[in-house]
Design a protein around this ligand. Sequence first.
Ligand code: URA
Length: 247
Amino acid sequence: MGEKIRLDKYLVEMGMGTRSQMKEAAKNGRVRVNGIVEKGTERKIDPDSERVSLDGKEIFYVKMEYYLLNKPQGVVSATEDKFHKTVVDLIEGRQRKDLFPVGRLDIDTEGLVLITNDGELAHRLLSPRHHVDKQYYGVVAGELPKDAARQFRQGITLSDGTVTMPAQLTELPDSDLAAKGNTQVLVTIQEGKFHQVKRMFEALGCKVVYLKRMSMGPLKLDRTLKPGEYRALTEEEIKELQGTCHT
Ligand code: URA
């Protein structure tokens, strides 16, 4: 038998409405448990063995959801926003109401965002203590100082005086972009300070003109996911993520 959950919580978490709306719905005979009308919402439900329906439609309980999104530019890494679409809005197939992005990408940054309601996992992935690598592909205007990689390795002092943890910087070989006077880079950091990658380059006198997150720990962005597209994580990926930072 699984963990039991109150009927109102069950329905609210599955996005059916507020707690008081669910109470009202039950009072009006719209909620059934195992096919029988349930007039109150205090009853505890075992999601593994009991069936809940609202207005005749069965509502399946999902405890945890995990999605990998390729965030497009122009979308904010938040759960709600007055002016912009959020990364959570893009997960059309979501069932839970409490999904959030694990870490923030700037509005103009693209790439991998993990979206879940697993707060414990999020905390461990984001804590610098766990040294989870986040890799970014970037395009920097102009050329980098010769010792840029060494400076990244040693930790960069940002404009507000904070010093970053050691980071890895790799300059990618020449390409069309480089020919236009830009430099392509791969950067790996283990923390997530506000605008961190951009500010690290700023400290070297360089401007990031494009940024895309490629990976977070063992999780890699699929080449097949276009900006704005997402997919559920596989069981294997979830296990791998949980195993990355179990201490
Ligand atoms: N670093 C940044 O500067 N921006 C991001 O969106 C992510 C990392």
